[in-house]
Design a binder for this molecule. Sequence first.
Ligand code: ADP
Ligand code: ZN
Ligand code: ZN
Length: 765
Amino acid sequence: MTTARPRRYDAAMGKLFETSEASDAAGGRVVAVAVSAGVWRTFDYAWPASLGEPQRGRRVRVPFGRGDRRTLGFVAETDRPPGERTLKSVAEVLEDDTQFDETLWKLGQWVSHYYLAAPGVTLSAMVPAAVGRHRPRSETVVSLKAATRRDWPGGLGAKQRKVLDELYEARKQGVEPLELSELLRHSSAGRDTVRRLAARDLVAMAERPVHLVELAGEPEPDPFELNADQHAAFETIRAKLGAGYSATLLYGVTGSGKTEVYVRCIRDVVAAGRQALLLVPEIALATQTLQRLVRRLPRVAVLHSGLSDADRAFYWRQIRTGAASVVVGPRSAVFAPARRLGLIVVDEEHEGSYKQDTAPRYHGRDVAVKRAALAGVPIVLGSATPSLESLANVRRERYDLCRLPHRVQGLPMPALGVVHLRKDMPARGDGGPGPRIELLGRTLTRKIADTLDRDEQVILLMNRRGYASHVLCPKCQWLMTCDDCTRAMVFHQATQTVVCHYCGRTASLPAACPACGGKLLLFGLGIQRIENELARKFPAAHVARMDSDTMTSPKQFQKVFDDVRSGAVDILLGTQMVAKGLDFPRVSLVGVASADTALAVDDFRASERTFQLIVQVAGRAGRAERPGEVVVQTLHEDEPAVRFATSHDYLGFAKWELPLRKEAGVPPFSRLMRFVVRHKDADRAHAGATELGRLLGELVGDAAVRRFGPQPAAVKKIRGQFRWEVQLYTDRPGAVQDRVAPHMEDLTRRVKADLYADVDPLNLL
Ligand code: ADP
Ligand code: ZN
Ligand code: ZN
């Protein structure tokens, strides 16, 4: 037996102990390890006695695969029978304790099985990589000494200039000094570059103690009493605290004060010595609403994506030890190691961002419900536009329903008006084939002007990025779509061709409408086009644009929110990002530039998404004394999603939509599992899908499932990979998962292409 000595704790690597890799299994323990590679099986390893007692859930590194590369893994079983073969040994243990208590371990098993994701991949998604590492005590920060660009000497290298530019930007945004590591990341310069700048006295470097994440501090007092509706909701939920598992859907219209109900429930739970988990959509973490909420709660850990690894690890530890009582975070926070859990709240439960689009493809809300059930604690799901899945769960009596039917303080719901884009558009000729129309019709333009005159603010939703110009027939509403994938195609000015942004197919611009022979319009639907139009029509207004092209860090969100709050921004123009939980008292007008962008998507949820989007963004208007007004532009005035949204009629919408879903046999009346095969060779993708279809047929039969495909995916090719899919609709998901999960690895091997499963997919492209 090799004698491996425990080594000094190495802070940088986070290793506790290290052993020689030679096997010392003889007579020793054998553990099964789930490695974080896309394999479903676990592998046996010898557990050197020098590592102490093995423990389920411990994070380890093991030699794995070609070249025995050190691979992250988790101890899945601690008492495997020693086999005949000489086993490789576990190489390192990454922390002194497991991150998984009984509930979290079971949750991990469930996620892996339910979402058909490899166990090791699932487990590693549940623990931030940096956890277990030591927290550095200080960090290097850099600030600018040469204050203006004029002070910068000539002859600087490109990297040096980039560093100075970054610092200059940071100063403008008021976030100077920058952490050295962040500066290096943004400028892709090296340490030496910064040191040389410091030597020339252009920048200053300093050590500062790592700011200790704030957990202490007295919560702020309540700003108001609960109103009668809120009080009733609070009492209903309070009665369930400490009384085992229950699930409550809190359906409260926008501005009904749901947040306040969460706050009181969470404080009750904390007062009883338990911890609470509040999940919010990622973007909401940057909003002022959330900051106000956090100040009202005791000992909060906010797990936003802008945290440094060290801060994240620190919080994780505080949550595990119980020093943090409340955890607020996006979907991944559902795995926070709160061992004295008393309550889970999922705000905006209908939000698509709760679904992860890489393995494990879990839905944060549904995992939260499972966790609550496993932990035996209540869960509250809140929304003004609950997902139809959740509403169906109310009807099946799996969830209780609790309502907040009115806005706080008797504020009225904003008045919604629908205008038909075409009728409201003055056509104007500006070259290109046919007249080009504007995006903001007469009505919306006039109302924006009025709102700005009253010194109030406008939120404008345009749910499409870029400049996209679609080819449309105004007479019969024919829209040029791609023959290959049915998505709307986009006209490119530079090449005078029409291009599909999904599959890359190009076509020439038709001379006339193929359907009716009418004259075609180039209909620009992109957000940047609106930005230009606003600049032209309202040159004095300050416009902030919020989309994934402009918002690349949490700090940028923060800045926009602050500017809207302070009044520095008059018009907030954005994609669906602006529909999420913003609460600005001076916003009195909301415009929806096109209700049709979400409708155009070929997906059974298109209507639901359109409805949610309109209601949610409309809910941003008139949240204080100023009454709100909403203008929705559309080509489809009679579309039920639009009609019900304009009367804030969620239940009406559900009553209309649910029977259609039932008839089609789609969720929430069945479960969907989607299997996607990808390969850069078209034939192999096809062959793989054919094999997959056959194998799935063998595994699950046809009794409990309806099978679609193998068929080309809606988007046939992404980044050079051809995509095929098989869709299974079933009433008995458990039975299907039981049969498929044990064979995922085998399927992957036999399909001979990249294969992934997406259970309860939200994205069907
Ligand atoms: P929701 O999440 O339901 O859209 P919020 O929780 O954001 O609504 O509350 C809307 C606004 O009403 C917030 O500015 C909040 O501070 C305020 N508010 C909440 N409850 C009350 C109350 N009982 N009395 C007065 N104002 C309230
Ligand atoms: Zn296409
Ligand atoms: Zn036509």
